[in-house]
Design a protein around this ligand. Structure first.
Ligand code: NDP
Length: 305
C-alpha cells in the first residue's frame, strides 16, 4: 500500500512511518522542507496528490512549543498549520483521478468540554465552547470530502488524548523535571487525563488504513467515521503523575498550581493540562482495534524502558 502522510516527520508521523514500512508499505511525507521520501505542501498543491491508497494528516504547529509565547500570532499558526494542511490534502484527494481508499485526520479530544464526571464517547454531541474546541471544529470541517467521494474514500477522524512516547509530546517535556525529582501533579490532580501510547495511535491509524472499507455510510455510521484515540483506562493527572514517578523511581512531591500553569502557558492552552475529559474509545473498541498498551503502567514501563 502507498500512503501519503502530511506532517509525517513529527513525533507521531515517525512512529507511523516506521510501522507502515515494517509492514511493507511505502510512505511519502508531505512537509515544509524538501528531502528524500518527501514532497512539499507547494508541490502537493501544484502537482496534485501522488498516487496512493491512503492519506493521513498529522501536520500542526506544536501546541506546547516551549519556544513560543502564547499570543495572537501563535494562535493563528496553530489554526492555519492544521486547517490549511488538512484543506490542502482534502482538496488534493477530491481532485485526484484515482482517490485513495482512506483518508485519516488526527485531531484531538479538546472538542469535549472538560468535566470531572461527564463521560464522552464518539456519539456524544458537542458544540465549541473555547478556543481549542473551535480549532477542532474548523480542523475536522476542513477534512470533509465532497459527497461524491463518500462511497470511494473512507473518511476517518481519530481524536487522540495526550500522546505518550519517549521522543515527543508531553513526556519529552516532563521527563527532565520528573527525572530530577521535582515533578508533581498539575492543578488539582483530580482532572481526567485522557492518553494514548504513540505506538497505539500509529497502530490505530494503520488499522483504519488497512481494514477493508465498511458498508457505505448511514445515519448510524456517518461519514466521517470518528474514533476516540485514547486508551480504554480512565486515569486522572494524579494517576499519571504517581505512575510516572514510580516507573522512574523518583518522588513526585511538587504540585504545580493551576494559576502558575495559566500564568506561564496562557489559560487557553493550560486547560489541556489543568483540566481534562473522561473519554471512552467506544467505537475504536467496536472496530476491533487491539491495544498494545491499554493501561498506564504498561505504557510508562515501555517508555521508561
Ligand atoms: P509534531 O509537533 O511532531 O508536528 C508534526 C509535524 O507538523 C511536524 O513534523 C512539522 O512537519 C509539521 N508542522 C509543525 N509546525 C507546522 C507549521 N507551523 N505549519 C505546517 N506544518 C507544521 O506533532 P505530533 O506528531 O505530536 O502530533 C501529530 C498531530 O496530532 C498534530 O496535529 C497534533 O495536533 C495532534 N495531536 C497530538 C497530540 C500529542 O500529544 N502529541 C495530542 C493530540 C493531538 P515539517 O517540519 O516536516 O513541515
Amino acid at each position: 500500500m502507498k500512503v501519503v502522510v502530511g506532517g509525517g516527520s513529527g513525533f507521531v508521523g515517525r512512529e507511523l512511518t516506521r510501522l507502515l514500512k515494517s509492514k511493507g508499505h511505502e510512505v511519502t511525507v508531505v512537509s515544509r522542507q524538501p528531502g528524500p521520501g518527501k514532497i512539499t505542501w507547494s508541490e502537493l498543491e501544484s502537482s496534485g496528490l501522488p498516487a496512493c491508497d491512503g492519506a493521513v494528516n498529522l501536520a500542526g504547529e506544536n501546541l506546547m512549543n516551549p519556544l513560543r509565547w502564547w499570543n495572537e500570532s501563535y494562535k493563528k499558526d496553530l489554526f492555519s498549520s492544521r486547517i490549511d494542511t488538512t484543506k490542502a490534502l482534502s482538496s488534493a484527494i477530491a481532485a485526484a483521478s484515482s482517490p485513495p481508499r482512506s483518508w485519516v485526520l488526527v485531531s484531538g479530544v479538546a472538542c469535549y468540554q472538560p468535566s470531572l464526571t461527564q463521560q464522552y464517547t464518539e456519539d456524544s454531541p458537542w458544540t465549541p465552547f473555547d478556543l481549542l474546541s473551535r480549532l477542532v471544529q474548523e480542523w475536522e470541517a476542513a477534512a470533509q470530502l465532497p459527497e461524491s467521494l463518500v462511497q470511494t474514500t473512507r473518511q476517518v477522524v481519530i481524536r487522540p488524548g495526550a500522546v505518550l512516547g519517549r521522543d515527543g509530546g508531553a513526556i519529552k517535556q516532563m521527563w527532565l523535571p520528573f527525572w530530577l525529582g521535582v515533578g508533581g501533579t498539575l492543578g488539582s490532580g483530580r482532572q481526567p487525563f485522557p492518553w494514548i501510547h504513540v505506538a497505539d495511535l500509529a497502530g490505530m491509524i494503520a488499522h483504519f488504513l488497512e481494514s477493508p472499507p465498511e458498508a457505505p455510510p448511514t445515519s448510524s455510521s456517518p461519514s466521517p467515521q470518528v474514533y476516540n484515540g485514547v486508551a480504554p483506562a480512565l486515569n486522572t493527572n494524579h494517576d499519571f503523575t504517581k505512575e510516572f514517578g514510580r516507573v522512574l523511581r523518583r518522588p513526585t512531591l511538587f504540585p504545580v498550581p493551576a494559576f502558575v500553569m495559566n500564568a506561564t502557558l496562557g489559560a487557553e492552552r493550560a486547560v489541556v493540562m489543568t483540566q481534562g475529559q473522561k473519554v471512552i474509545p467506544k467505537r475504536t473498541l467496536e472496530a476491533g482495534y487491539q491495544y498494545q498498551y491499554p493501561d498506564l503502567s504498561s505504557a510508562l514501563k515501555e517508555i521508561v524502558g
